[in-house]
Design a protein around this ligand. Structure first.
Ligand SMILES: C[S@@+](CC[C@H](N)C(=O)[O-])C[C@H]1O[C@@H](n2cnc3c(N)ncnc32)[C@H](O)[C@@H]1O
Length: 218
């Protein structure tokens, strides 16, 4: 997601007391940024933050981090957090290609990847947030039994992702090829901004969950 470049966006974003960037965070110390020590969930590539702020409002028993590359976009998340008076969600302006420098081993309980850029050209496969190399980083920072929840509109990206998760020996569950017509029983549905657009056009949403098998490899 891109918004028009705004040279003041980073400064305005970081003026919020709940906004951080790589230089102002210490891996392993994320709980210090919340009033309560509780399970930590992050959305990687949060866009404007409808999904993560809705979850944070519904689930005060978790802490949330919106991670996003573009300050102009993350500013929208910060505005939602302030408007809703949420205290269990913070913003991190960062490039996820450096994810291993942002979090410590076992620090996250769940990672959400919603409508990640598919990078359709084969030569750009390493830029996909579900490339094997990235999943290995996620396995490192996820707690034992930690999960990755993935949604996308792009079937090729979804099939690539399932293969990469399997290569990394993650346990796959709750796979659906059409989330809104075939919702797994009991699943909580919270839509992202991108998802609303695709659903309005009648496009199927692909979704899966991947779980850590053990923490033996850490
Ligand atoms: C297609 S949008 C989806 C946004 C949101 N998750 C949704 O579903 O509405 C993908 C988002 O991921 C962000 N993104 C892409 N690559 C990233 C990276 N390497 N690090 C951090 N954010 C990234 C983009 O800036 C964009 O906002």
């Amino acid at each position: 997601m891109r918004l028009r470049h705004d040279p003041t966006a980073r400064e305005r974003l970081l003026a919020y007391p709940f906004s951080y960037e790589k230089e102002t965070v210490t891996p392993g110390a994320w709980q210090n940024h919340f009033p309560q020590n509780q399970p930590l969930h992050a959305e990687f590539g949060s866009g404007k933050g409808q999904f993560i702020t809705t979850l944070a409002a519904r689930h005060p028993e978790n802490n949330y981090i919106a991670v996003e590359l573009h300050a102009e976009v993350l500013l929208k998340v910060a505005q939602k957090i302030e408007e809703q008076g949420l205290t269990n969600v913070v913003c991190l302006l960062a490039n996820l290609m450096e994810v291993d420098r942002l979090f410590a081993p076992d620090e996250l309980s769940r990672i959400y990847l919603n409508f990640s850029d598919p990078w359709p050209k084969k030569r750009h496969a390493k830029r996909r947030l579900t490339h094997e190399t990235m999943i290995q980083h996620y396995q490192w920072i996820l707690a034992p039994e930690g999960e990755i929840h993935i949604k996308t509109d792009n079937q090729d990206f979804f099939e690539f992702t399932l293969n990469q998760l399997a290569t990394c020996d993650m346990k796959l569950q709750n796979i659906t090829l059409d989330l809104h017509r075939n919702t797994p029983e009991g699943m909580e549905l919270v839509m992202t901004e991108y998802e609303e657009k695709f659903v309005a056009k009648g496009q199927p949403i692909f979704r899966c969950e991947a779980r850590q098998r053990t923490s033996d490899s850490k």
